[in-house]
Design a protein around this ligand. Sequence first.
Ligand code: ACO
Length: 322
Amino acid sequence: IRSVVLGCGSYLPERVLTNAELAQRIDTSDDWIVQRTGISERHIAADDEFTSHLAINAARAALADAKIDAQSIDLIVLATSTPDNTFPATAVAVQHALGINHGVAFDLQAVCSGFVFALTTADNFLRAGHHKRALVIGAETFSRILDWNDRGTCVLFGDGAGAVVLEAQQQSGTTDDRGVLTTHLRSDGRHKSKLFVDGGPGSTKTVGYLRMEGREVFKHAVGMITDVIVDAFNATGFTADDINWFIPHQANKRIIDASAHKLHIAPQKVVLTVDKHGNTSAASIPLALSVAVKDGRVKKGDLVLFEAMGGGFTWGSALVRW
Ligand code: ACO
């Protein structure tokens, strides 16, 4: 059994916040942000727009793209670090909004690696034979956990959501199959202090703010990313030349460029949306994927490589034949 992608979709809040606007509020500049990160603008959710709303819109777009009825979905895995409430899971709100009350829906928390972790989880559930069709969603409103006075972090992130629909299909079991071919996940809690939110029930009992040692994160990112991609190559026998599209987590253009360079992935195969979206954490990969599918770059049969790294640290890769 393979988990084949039937469709994908995404959603961005209407409001666009440019670097120039940020420069009016804090001591920064468009030049600094673009040079250090590649980010020009990001979308910010409205006051009454929560992670579930973004997720529901992305899920509906993915279901429409897949041309399937929501009732055929029996598994929803939603990756987020910015749930509507501490509990219940935001996934359950999505399930309810889609009119589904069978099957299972749950959240998964792996920060920026959330989408790769959720895709891997759904793939394993489908291949185990217990579920038939899954919605895998990455949805975030990081604007709510940013310290808007900290110029080292608030310029980096944005809000948004993306989703894919997976279906369990009988396949030949070779790397010619469509669907998820291999996934590799890692985590290492030693790095907590480099990237964390300083709130929560176990500390301040408030939501808290994102805290980051940016240079430290940068130092570890490229090595971790390339390690799990080498794992994907070793598991399948593919090399960088075989990859049609590299769709990395969109944290920072410099991290993406350095990873692609180290792996010998040609720059024209790299899908970049960080300029327009900023870092949308678990939503960044399905958002970038949706852009590249809609504009016709990603086509049926293409080999698509995903990777992500984020808080925890967590990191992972997934290789999918579209
Ligand atoms: N505008 C202007 N100056 C700034 C800003 C800003 N927005 N932010 C920081 N600075 C200043 C600092 O205060 C510092 O000034 P100083 O030299 O007078 O002390 C100077 O710029 C250099 O700061 P650094 O933090 O060393 O700058 P660096 O080149 O490392 O860039 C950045 C910072 C962009 C955060 C970078 O470290 C980075 O991208 N790290 C990766 C972090 C990341 O992407 N995290 C996302 C979550 S994890 C993931 O998704 C992979």
